[in-house]
Design a protein around this ligand. Structure first.
Ligand code: CU
Length: 192
């Protein structure tokens, strides 16, 4: 009699334990990740956005370096990143300016007949399609910062303003060290 009761209890207990174990391990996989942290901090008013923008750093020592006769020794840098147009109209970038550069130009990189990579002004500017992007990268299109007035230190930021068909847009762009993107630049024959 006593034995029967305790045996029944034991069975009941193991059943409960089994149920708990099942419940814990059973359907615990729906940990829905709702980390949809909103926007990338872009002001909604911006006609043009620069994603992952950066400017190539230029060391101070190079700035005062003596220029080889006739050579292009003016310190230069460039801005890269992805221009994004969230509007419903195409936006054309026609030029730019920056307090750290005497001249800002829109450049493309082309391959010369001899196979060398050379950069030149992009005729017609950069067209960022409505709802689309336009990539600026070393060896491709870029915003050239010429006649630098200051060293561009890795880790600092520089303001760059682009003149566009939707009005001027100013970006604060981080400066980053980068060893590539040293294509030669040939001023057009028309420039004295
Ligand atoms: Cu360039």
């Amino acid at each position: 009699m006593h034995q029967t009761i305790s045996a029944t209890r034991r069975v009941a207990l193991t059943t409960v334990l089994a149920a708990v174990a099942l419940g814990a391990g059973g359907c615990g996989t729906d940990t829905t990740d709702t980390s949809a942290s909103g926007g990338s901090g872009t002001p909604s008013s911006a006609a043009l956005v620069l994603d992952d923008g950066w400017v190539k750093s230029v060391d101070a020592p190079r700035m005062g370096a003596p220029s080889p006769a006739g050579g292009m020794s003016m310190p230069m840098s460039a801005m890269f990143g992805t221009l994004r147009n969230p509007t419903r109209s195409d936006i054309t970038v026609t030029g730019g300016s920056s307090p750290v550069a005497g001249t800002v130009q829109l450049h493309e990189t082309v391959k010369t007949a001899s196979g060398a990579m050379q950069m030149q002004e992009k005729k017609g500017g950069f067209v960022v399609p409505a709802g689309g992007t336009f990539v600026l990268q070393p060896g491709g299109n870029h915003v050239m910062l010429m006649e630098l007035t200051a060293a561009l230190t890795n880790g600092s930021t520089v303001p760059v303003t682009l003149t566009t068909s939707a009005g001027p847009v100013t970006f604060t762009v981080p400066v980053r060290a980068f060893s590539g993107g040293n294509e030669t630049y040939n001023p057009s024959p028309s420039s004295s």
